[in-house]
Design a protein around this ligand. Structure first.
Ligand code: AMP
Length: 548
């Protein structure tokens, strides 16, 4: 007889809890290492003991299941300890975006209901600026490698290392419900206050296992294995550094945490620790490759997943020319985040660098367990190859925004998570993101993808960075405006020459003819968001202000 659900007893250890990610590493890699910057290296054995002690300390601080604990730190071994110990205690770790304004940051801390804050000494002045929001915070713990002073009039529970040293280690982590909230962070949309996005233990575990499986069974062009050396280059406050620290820890991979993102230090760590696997947004890769010290790095051992924004073939080729193995990935805050990776099908392997660059820059194939559909404005499926909105279902998509039923319903209308991204599936089966729906440029009733124009302009050898927005046009509703940063040392290149290059690409039939209306301007920098992506919202606002 098959027992029905009501009569099956859930045995200890059967729930999908973050705790369970740590069992294997205890025997597989106790002597493996976790390094912080150029300051400290811990063995996994030591690091696991610190996690257990942190759990004991959280209990002493009165942290209980259901609580929220905020963290304001750079990427560090401590952050990784908090990634595990806080959820394993039954509380949710709120990874505070330290690049928001103090007022926004304070808003997120108050909205989350954080009762304890772990704060790097560099961010203590920010606490002062947001004091009005911190009335619910009972304890502030200072993370530092040097001297510090107690902030404000808050009860300060001391410094992290001192507290850990005194704490009694947890012997038995609690059995929790797998649906209990494990992580929480805030995403800044186009309008309104930041929105809280959370994930449960079950979601983090399933995301970790599925991303791990996908990257283990496919390695063309990029995989991730237990013998890799891992360094995150997307901040831990942003979608838990794409969840990859959970995977790296489960695998017992050698890990290096860079602290504050300083290009010189990042390049030094890549070299010193012979880093083999990382991930970042395109702008960060560009910044590293163009840094004066880039030549000191042997890039050939590096495998990189690029996500968070479109990966243009021109950047793939540039990375390939350094010997980097690179693939695009797709996801968003609400999706934990990994949804797709641009692996190359065995039947399509080989090919020229140019062909491989094209494949690696496609958005990719959805991970196992992810259901994708491309729909029109009424939620009806589009024909294969036609652009519509990408909608998703998967076990690890956020169930909604914290305390915001209206936005959650809009996100999940019709039973699918609406990404707000335009997409289609190409004839090879690759999912292709064409543009954020709100970035699509509407020229006289035609919808033109800003990414296609960016991609075409990026093929000009003098173009270092390019971003395209739609700006108001009396005749056409909108026309594209391309802002271009030139490479240094490429001689005099004019907007007119770039336009000619763009027109040649358009005439070859790849892009809609209306893109001929593109206005090209040279700029010294392109505005970036708090996570280093091109900030088109600000570009549009700057343009509107300048036009007014
Ligand atoms: P965020 O929630 O800040 O991580 O931003 C997620 C958004 O980044 C997505 O909704 C997409 O618009 C964009 N994005 C992420 N990955 C890609 C990709 N591979 N290609 C194009 N856009 C992407």
């Amino acid at each position: 007889m098959i027992p029905d659900e009501g009569t099956v007893e859930r045995r200890p250890g059967s729930a999908l809890l973050i705790r369970e990610l740590l069992h294997r590493v205890r025997t597989w890699a106790p002597d493996g290492t976790i390094t912080y910057r150029d300051r400290l290296t811990l063995s996994y054995r030591e690091w696991l003991q610190r996690v257990d002690r942190l759990g004991g300390w959280l209990r002493e601080l009165g942290v209980e299941p259901g609580d929220r604990v905020g963290v304001l730190d750079y990427d560090s071994h401590r952050y990784l300890e908090l990634f595990f110990a806080v959820p394993m205690s039954g509380a949710a770790v709120h990874t505070v975006n330290v690049r928001l304004t103090p007022d926004q940051m304070g808003y997120t801390i108050a909205h989350a209901g954080d009762t304890v804050l772990f704060v790097h000494v560099d961010f203590l002045p920010l606490l002062k600026a947001m004091a009005g929001h911190l009335t619910g915070v009972r304890h502030v713990i200072v993370l530092t490698e040097g001297a510090w002073e107690a902030p404000l009039g808050l009860t300060c529970a001391g410094e992290y290392e001192e507290g850990l040293a005194k704490a009694e280690a947890v012997k038995e982590w609690p059995d929790l419900a797998e649906d209990s909230m494990a992580t929480l962070f805030y995403t800044t949309g186009t309008t309104g206050e930041p929105k809280g996005v959370s994930f449960s233990h079950r979601q983090i575990v399933l995301h970790t296992l599925t991303a791990g499986l996908t990257l283990a069974v496919h390695d063309d062009p990029v995989g991730f294995r237990a013998d890799d050396v891992y360094l995150p280059l997307t901040p831990m406050f942003h979608v838990h550094a794409w969840g990859l620290p959970y995977l790296a820890t489960m695998l017992g991979a050698t890990q290096v945490y860079p602290g504050k993102y300083e290009p010189q230090m990042l390049l030094q760590l890549l070299t010193k620790h012979r880093v083999t696997f990382s991930h970042c947004v395109p702008t960060l890769l560009q910044m590293l490759l163009h840094h004066p010290a880039s030549g000191t790095v042997d890039w050939r051992r590096l495998k990189l997943i690029i996500g968070g924004a479109a990966l243009l073939p021109a950047l793939v080729r540039e990375a390939q020319s350094h010997g980097i193995r690179i693939a695009g990935g797709y996801g968003m805050s609400e999706t934990c985040p990994i949804i797709a990776v641009a692996h190359i099908k065995p039947s399509m392997a080989g090919g020229t660098d140019e062909e491989r660059a094209d494949l690696a820059s496609r958005t990719g194939f959805a991970l196992p367990l992810v259901q994708t559909a491309v729909v029109d404005g009424e939620g009806r499926p589009m024909e294969l190859g036609k652009v519509g909105e990408l909608v998703l279902r998967a076990p690890w998509l956020t169930s909604g925004y914290l305390g915001d039923a209206g936005s959650s319903d809009r996100l999940w209308r019709g039973g699918w998570l609406h990404t707000g991204d335009g997409a289609y599936v190409d004839t090879d089966g690759y999912l292709r993101i064409t543009d954020r729906l709100k970035d699509v440029i509407k020229i006289g009733g035609e919808w033109i993808s800003s990414l296609e124009i960016e991609s075409a302009l990026a093929r000009h050898p003098a173009v270092r960075e390019v971003a395209v927005i739609g700006v108001p046009d009396a005749k056409w509703d909108e026309h594209p405006r391309a802002e271009v940063v030139l490479r240094e040392g490429m001689g005099e290149v004019t907007p007119r020459e770039l336009s000619r290059h763009l027109h040649a690409v358009i005439e070859s039939g790849v892009i809609h003819k209306r893109a001929l209306l593109t206005e090209v301007v040279l700029v010294s920098a392109i505005p970036k968001t708090s996570v280093g992506k091109v900030d088109k919202k600000r570009m549009r606002a700057n343009h509107a202000a300048a036009s007014a």
